[in-house]
Design a protein around this ligand. Structure first.
Ligand SMILES: Cc1cc2nc3c(=O)[nH]c(=O)nc-3n(C[C@H](O)[C@H](O)[C@H](O)COP(=O)(O)OP(=O)(O)OC[C@H]3O[C@@H](n4cnc5c(N)ncnc54)[C@H](O)[C@@H]3O)c2cc1C
Length: 802
């Protein structure tokens, strides 16, 4: 063992070895992995080794597909068998909604290029898996590239391939402490001290403790998980193929063949956490006693699905632990404020996702960012609120229990709530607000009459007419929206302007003005769709998406300059927006300031009743609008004042569901849909805000190269969809005849224009107005036509007040 390496990876499970392999593969050879025991000695040794294509996040599904392809590669490179059984896989649907959902999932796969899947009837499913009862099955999805591997063999194959590429692996070497230095990290082990530039936490069941060694509290928790392996099933001895890896979503089980028996794994409704502070250090290659009482109901369903289990005995019980984050996706990437500390933890399905995690992290470390948009597994999608143990317990437990439970897009889940509320929360609740959660904060979705219950559905819900009324109020009179759920960063100091000029690709607003500002990565991909305010008193604000607060802060820190102070004031400054033709008349009643003189995209400080507020004349809805920001302690008062002033103006309180519909009618993109870190300014129309004449800003060279190139191959377009009962939600593939030309980024109903609308990333040669396309929306193929952007008020007269 050397005394210095460029990178030290902590943990010799499937994830750590994959990170090590990818670092060495991409050219960093001076890297080592430390394992306190032997390779696989955490969760990895006892995993069921199954891999399958499905994931709710299409970006993660893509990384899973990458992992599956990689397995044979590492086998070849290392000479170590991974024990590949590519049996193919079945996912079963047992309710009409699930069947519709599965058909949509199949289409989503097509849109992200996973083509080797097909839908099957219950009879076909029965033929593919003859030991299965098809009772209650409405349909299924078959995927060619699903199956299982030998878990120990796979970890050794990753490690072996990494070693062949120059990396080192040291077993029986426990990391006991970490110390940050000017150059990187001191890694204190029971075998001596190593210095390094980068340290990777791939400690699996011990990730919590290895986080704490660096002063980091990761939102991760281990939960117990059962599978059984049956004795020989006679029928399996008579067929000449292996039965497929089969997931019975309504039965909460997965199944694969194991020699001439089967392995039946269970996602337990009555879940059980273990070692919330991380596994004990003395925990070895161990299992827990099976707890069949706890899983009785799921076992009954499993034994009904695979009746042969009723005839044969159980050869082995496995009850082991593995780790989960609050949303079940991994925690990957650099940690803010800890340069050189990287996470590769909470990987729930390491054999399925480990390859993609290793690849993305290695690219990130070496190139500064991963190739794919990995926000869905970025550790920075959580903030300090998610460090709380009870929050972690509730959310990880909920995820685990609901792993195979159908979740509807309009469903609100209870774990980790109610946590953070804007001050007027109770008053808004009394007025009928129904809430969703964003980054721990309750945000109003819509305002409903007492007793109203929204029905979970894949289609338009019974809240549709309520949202329609809110949209109508905004278009015809004035809507009041709590805008606490946006991020606000205050930028100050002598170098504030120079710093903003460098990180933003747009020109900066003049004093008393606001401006839309794309932020780019060095590679010219989007890093933010922000609004910059120049308050005219030397202070500036950046406003953006609330749930990106930690993600943006990490970016700001990484691009920091002397003489600048960036303060996240998102919880200290809250507010309301007024939007609609009567918004000026409403706000004018509350101020003797010259608010009527405020031009579109103007901003300034005004007295609003008793409140000294910051006001911007902005519009996300496409109407005349004002965003009014106050101190958190003034939020209740501000709402009361605005409601009183708007009482004779037809004011209605509205929620974010209305906002999403209204912005779609304007073809205004939003982050995580039309704008992501996977897209460029040219693809998304963000290039129109770039100040090309600025001598320098982050991403300038790449943006210019895009501008001067042949143009992007795909671009955002607006579609009118022929749908009467359901709207697009995102990732549905878009076709021109038999040719797949792209996918929908977001969709919904435009209540003013009376149309089902979608925005889509499609081939540039299909973006002309009138192009006839099709898209699959919730179980049905629908025609879709490209229409001009901004179907409502294309000239923008309403929002400009012209
Ligand atoms: C019953 C069961 C069935 C499963 N089935 C599947 C499946 O079918 N498919 C699938 O993809 N996944 C499955 N999983 C999940 C899978 O096991 C995990 O996702 C995976 O093992 C996580 O790997 P890891 O490398 O992150 O963590 P681990 O395997 O826990 O590895 C972490 C390693 O870090 C080492 N370490 C920790 N702290 C230190 C330290 N301070 N110094 C040095 N070394 C340290 C540990 O000894 C350990 O070897 C299953 C899990 C269970 C419990």
């Amino acid at each position: 063992m050397n005394s210095h390496y460029r990178v030290v990876v902590i943990g010799g499970g499937v994830v750590g070895t994959s990170v090590l392999y990818h670092l060495a593969k991409f050219g960093w050879k001076d890297v080592c992995l430390l394992e306190r025991s032997v390779l696989t000695a955490g969760s990895s040794w006892h995993a069921a080794g199954g891999f399958h294509a499905l994931n709710a996040d299409p970006n993660i599904a893509q990384l899973q597909a990458y992992t599956i392809d990689l397995l044979s590669e590492i086998e070849k490179e290392s000479g170590q068998s991974v024990g590949m059984h590519m049996t193919g896989g079945l996912t079963l649907a047992g309710t009409p909604d699930r069947w519709e959902w599965l058909q949509s999932a199949y289409r989503t796969f097509q849109s992200i290029g996973i083509e080797d899947c097909r839908l099957v009837t219950p009879e076909e499913a029965g033929d593919l898996c003859p030991i299965m009862s098809t009772d209650g099955i409405l349909g299924g999805m078959w995927a060619d590239r699903e199956g299982y591997i030998d878990t120990t063999g796979t970890v050794h194959a990753y490690a072996g391939a990494a070693k062949k590429r120059g990396a080192s692996v040291f077993e029986h070497t426990k990391v006991e402490a970490l110390e940050q230095t000017a150059e990187g990290w001191r890694v204190i082990t029971d075998k001596g001290v190593i210095t390094c530039e980068h340290v990777v936490n791939a400690a699996g069941l011990w990730a919590k403790q290895v986080g704490r060694m660096a002063g980091i509290e990761l939102p991760v928790a281990p939960l117990k998980h059962h599978y059984l392996i049956s004795d020989t099933i006679p029928e399996l001895e008579t067929i000449d193929f292996e039965v497929p890896m089969t997931v019975d979503l309504e039965g909460f089980t997965y199944m694969r063949q194991d020699q001439k028996g089967i392995l039946l794994g269970i996602y337990e409704i009555d879940h059980e956490h273990w070692a919330l502070d991380g596994a004990p250090w003395e925990y070895g290659i161990e299992l827990f006693q099976e707890q069949t009482d706890r899983i009785e109901n799921e076992l009954i369903l499993g034994f009904e699905r695979y009746p042969a289990l009723q005839e044969v005995g159980v050869k082995t019980w496995v009850n082991g632990a593995f780790t989960f984050s609050p949303d079940g996706n991994p925690l990957v990437g650099p940690v803010r404020g800890k340069p050189g500390y990287w996470c590769a933890c909470a990987v729930m399905a390491g054999f399925l996702q480990g390859g993609g995690v290793g690849k993305s992290l290695a690219e990130w470390m070496i190139n500064g960012e991963p190739e794919a948009d990995v926000f869905g597994m970025d550790v920075a999608r959580y903030g300090a609120f998610a460090e709380n143990k009870e929050f972690i317990r509730q959310t990880t437990g909920q995820f685990y229990t609901r792993r195979f439970v159908m979740t509807y897009p309009n469903e609100q889940l209870p774990a980790g709530r109610t946590l953070r509320m804007a001050p007027a929360y109770s008053d808004m609740s009394a007025a009928g607000a129904r809430w969703g959660a964003s980054y721990g904060l309750e945000v109003p979705l819509y305002f409903a009459p007492e007793g109203f219950e929204e029905t979970p559905t894949l289609k338009r819900s019974n809240a549709f007419p309520i949202v329609a009324k809110e949209c109508a109020a905004v278009r015809s009179s004035v809507g009041l929206l709590d805008i606490s759920g946006f991020s606000r960063f205050e930028i100050s100091g002598p170098a504030a302007e120079a710093w903003l000029d460098n990180v933003m690709a747009s020109a900066l607003p003049k004093p008393g003005r606001a401006k839309l500002a794309p932020m780019l990565s060095e590679a010219g991909k989007l890093k933010g769709d922000l609004t910059v305010f120049n308050w005219g008193d030397g202070t500036w604000w950046i406003m953006g998406s609330y749930y990106l607060r930690a993600w943006h802060m990490r970016w700001f820190d990484d691009h920091m300059m002397d003489g600048v102070r960036v303060r996240d004031v998102s919880d200290a400054r809250v507010g309301f927006s007024l939007s609609g033709p009567n918004s000026l008349k409403t706000i004018q009643k509350l101020t003797d300031g010259a608010i009527g003189d405020l031009k579109f995209m103007g901003c300034g400080t005004f007295d609003i009743g008793l409140i000294r507020a910051k006001v911007g004349r902005l519009s996300v809805t496409g109407e005349l609008g004002y965003e009014i920001h106050c101190e958190a302690s003034e939020h209740i008062t501000l709402r009361k004042l605005l409601l009183e002033a708007g009482a004779d103006q037809g004011m209605r309180e509205v929620g974010f569901n209305a906002l999403l519909s209204l912005r779609l009618e304007k073809s205004f993109g939003i982050w995580s849909a039309e704008f992501t870190q996977g897209y460029t300014p040219g693809q998304t129309g963000m290039d129109r805000w770039i100040a090309w004449e600025k001598p320098g800003f982050v991403g300038r060279d790449a943006a210019i190269a895009e501008r001067d190139g042949n143009g992007p191959s795909q671009m955002i377009a607006t579609l009118e969809v022929d749908a009467s009962d359901a709207d697009a939600s995102g990732y549905e593939p878009v076709w021109q005849g038999d040719r797949k030309v792209g996918f929908i980024t977001s969709g919904g109903y435009g209540h003013t224009v009376g149309k089902s609308l979608a925005m889509a990333m499609i081939d540039a040669d299909c973006t002309a107005e009138g192009t006839a396309l099709t898209a699959h929306i919730v179980g049905a193929e629908r025609s879709a036509t490209v229409i001009a952007a901004s179907p409502y008020d294309p000239e923008g007269r309403a929002m400009r007040g012209a």
